[in-house]
Ligand binder design. Structure first.
Ligand SMILES: [Zn+2]
Length: 366
């Protein structure tokens, strides 16, 4: 399995200039490739592919003084990034959605560049990371690199630089526990398990959101294009980054706890649920975090020899877990589930039990 680890970088002022210049060169190259694709399609009605553009890297380097010193893998990665943007665009068009055409990138809209092979453009040199064209960067190695480093991406985020390293790691199966669980995502609790455990919405979330709103006003009050606005934007970006960090930390720890305890986990497929558009769920931590959580849970489960199944949540909260009867009307404010058969349970627990039952029928088949 490939895993990505993010390390904080501490570039010197001259290295920072180098990083920013490389980023600018990549941005120009990106926009140029995008323009080429767009123009040839509009004027000659044929598409320029990824490989045709990869072949141009050499000439671009030779003819463009700012691109000359940049490692060719960096410019090739830019071409791949653009190609990915197009693939995502066409995938969404084919799926009948209304995606935006890949954009030209403004100065503050281009954030990273990458290398694709360890030892070719970057390598670990003692305690530092040696990067072609930049120098030996100081890194905070907050944890060991868990396997062979494959690729590297240098990213600028809220005024700071990070190295994203992808590594090949071996699976680490967890000892089996023989337990399965169903999980309901909800309004009064973030998660409720079929074992009756409630995980509350973290208290910091609303405070953090308030701070974001304050910083947002700081940006709105400043003149467009001004230096002070630029500074206020960085402050805002830091607040957003902090929320994202806290959310990630919280959800990763939660998924680790679940995977340690259970062999099989059944969760709602919230893609389906989002189509139902439940307004009451907005502002919950899962608004932006669910995709992250589900993907992380599934990925870690695969590496740990656990199973995660996604369940269509239709009727899971309205069905009686004991007799299978569907109750007619159940407003969200009603927190206790009562059935004619006499079954009384916490609303979310009842739903979690239904999700577990649907999950069981899936994993017992395999
Ligand atoms: Zn019942």
């Amino acid at each position: 399995m490939l895993t990505a680890i993010v390390y904080r970088l501490y570039p010197s002022p001259s290295q920072q200039r180098g990083l920013n210049t490389t980023l600018e060169t990549c941005r120009h190259w990106y926009n140029r490739c995008l323009a080429e694709r767009k123009d040839t399609y509009e004027q000659e009605a044929h598409t320029v592919g990824k490989y045709a553009q990869l072949r141009q890297v050499k000439t671009y380097k030779a003819t463009n003084p700012s691109a000359g010193p940049v490692h060719s893998h960096v410019l090739q990665t830019v071409v791949s990034d653009l190609d990915k943007a197009f693939q995502a665009f066409f995938r969404r068009v084919n799926a009948g959605e209304a995606p935006g055409y890949p954009c030209f990138k403004g100065r503050h809209r281009f954030k990273s560049f990458g290398f694709k092979e360890y030892g070719n453009g970057f390598k670990v040199d003692g305690r530092r990371l040696k990067v072609s064209g930049i120098g030996r960067l100081a890194v905070r190695w907050h944890r060991h690199v868990p396997g062979q480093m494959k690729t590297l991406r240098l990213t600028r985020k809220a005024g700071k630089w990070y190295a994203v390293c992808t590594c090949e790691v071996a699976p680490e199966p967890m000892p089996p526990t023989g337990l399965g669980v169903g999980i309901d995502v909800g309004l009064s609790s973030l998660l409720t398990t079929s074992d009756g455990e409630h995980v509350a919405h973290p208290a910091w979330y609303r405070t953090a959101q308030h701070r974001v709103r304050v910083a947002q006003r700081g940006v709105a009050r400043r003149k467009k294009g001004g230096a002070n606005r630029r500074k206020a934007v960085v402050v805002l970006q830091r607040k957003h980054a902090r929320i994202a960090n806290q959310r990630r930390d919280f959800l990763y720890k939660l998924s680790h706890r679940l995977l340690t305890r259970y062999d099989h986990i059944a969760v709602e497929d919230l893609h389906i649920r989002n189509m139902v558009q439940n307004h009451h769920l907005s502002k919950s931590i899962l608004d932006a975090g669910w995709g992250l959580f589900a993907a992380h849970l599934a990925r870690k489960a695969a590496n740990a020899g656990r199973e995660v199944v996604f369940i269509n949540p239709a009727y899971t909260s309205k069905t009686c877990h004991r007799c299978g009867q569907i109750v007619g009307h159940l407003p969200l404010s009603q927190r206790v589930f009562r059935c004619a058969c006499g079954h009384v349970a916490d609303r979310d627990e009842n739903a979690a039990c239904n999700i577990l039952r649907l999950g069981q029928s899936r994993w017992e088949r395999t």
